[in-house]
Design a protein around this ligand. Structure first.
Ligand code: ADP
Ligand code: MG
Length: 234
C-alpha cells in the first residue's frame, strides 16, 4: 500500500511580477515501509517538496494523500493533530528546545498527545536508550555533540511511533562519522521496525541504504533510481 501519494504538486511563492514557480508538477508515491531519498542540487526544491509531503506547507495546486487521508479535507486544527499523531520530523539543525533536558525534549510531543507525565518520561527514556544515548537523560542540548543532539531529535521524532519519518538533510551539520551513525540509526529503524522514511540528502553514500532515490532538478523529479525494489510486486 502507498502511504504517500502526491499528485501534480505545484508550489508558487509571491504574486504578480514577483511570483516564482518552485515546484512544477511533482508526482510520487511511497510504499508503507519504504525508505526513500530525495537528492538534487541546492535550490532544486527538495525542502519545499518535503514541506508539502509532511504537511508543514500547502501546495498551490495538486493533492497529497497520506495514510489514506487527503490533506485537503483537513482544517488547520485537524492538520495539527494529524502531524502530531502520524508524522515525525528530523531537521538539520536538530530543533531541540535549549532549556530542556534530553528526556524533556523527547517527552514534549508525548505530553502534547495527552500521555501522563510518568508514562511520557518512561517512554522517552526507553527511546533514548534505543538510539544509543543511555546515561544522557539529563543533558541539555548544549551539553551534547551535534551527532548526539541529532540522535535525541530522532528519539523525539520516533517516540510517538509515527507512520512516516521525514528528515531534511539530517547529516548536514555533522562530521562524516556522526553522519554515518545517524544514517545507520535510520536504516536500522527502517529494517527492524518497517519505519517509512523520506530523507533529503546531499551525500550519495548516505542514500545507499534506501530503496529508491528521487532526483530533483529545478522543481521537478527528473529521475527515479531504484536501488532495492520494495513492495512493488517484485
Ligand atoms: N517561502 C519562500 N518564498 C520564496 N521562495 C522560496 C521560499 N521557500 C523556498 N523558496 C525558493 O525555492 C527554491 C527551492 O528552495 P528549497 O526547496 O529550499 O531548495 P533545496 O532544499 O533543494 O535546496 C529556492 O530558489 C528558494 O529560494
Ligand atoms: Mg533544503
Amino acid at each position: 500500500m502507498n502511504i504517500i501519494t502526491a499528485k501534480n504538486i505545484h508550489r508558487k511563492f509571491g504574486e504578480g511580477n514577483l511570483e516564482t514557480h518552485i515546484l512544477k508538477g511533482i508526482d510520487l508515491e511511497v510504499a508503507e515501509g519504504e525508505f526513500v531519498a530525495i537528492m538534487g542540487k541546492s535550490g532544486a526544491g527538495k525542502s519545499t517538496l518535503m514541506y508539502q509531503l509532511s504537511i508543514l506547507d500547502e501546495p498551490s495546486e495538486g493533492e497529497v494523500i497520506i495514510n489514506g487521508t487527503n490533506i485537503i479535507d483537513l482544517d488547520e486544527k485537524e492538520r495539527t493533530t494529524f502531524r502530531l499523531n502520524t508524522l515525525g520530523y528530523i531537521f538539520q539543525n536538530y530543533a531541540l528546545v535549549p532549556d530542556l533536558s534530553s528526556t524533556e525534549n523527547v517527552m514534549l510531543p508525548l505530553l502534547m498527545r495527552g500521555l501522563a507525565w510518568e508514562e511520557a518520561k518512561k517512554t522517552a527514556q526507553e527511546v533514548i536508550d534505543s538510539v544509543g544515548m543511555v546515561e544522557k537523560y539529563e543533558n541539555l542540548p548544549a551539553e551534547l555533540s551535534g551527532g548526539e543532539q541529532q540522535r535525541i531529535s530522532i528519539a523525539r521524532a520516533i517516540a510517538g511511533k509515527p507512520k512516516i519519518l521525514f528528515a531534511d538533510e539530517p547529516t548536514a551539520n555533522l562530521d562524516s562519522v556522526s553522519g554515518q551513525q545517524v544514517i545507520d540509526l535510520m536504516t536500522e529503524l527502517n529494517k527492524r521496525h518497517n519505519q517509512t522514511i523520506v530523507m533529503v540528502t546531499h551525500e550519495r553514500e548516505y542514500a545507499m541504504g534506501c530503496n529508491r532515490i528521487f532526483h530533483m532538478e529545478d522543481g521537478l523529479i527528473i529521475d527515479v533510481e531504484v536501488l532495492r525494489n520494495y513492495g512493488r510486486g517484485e
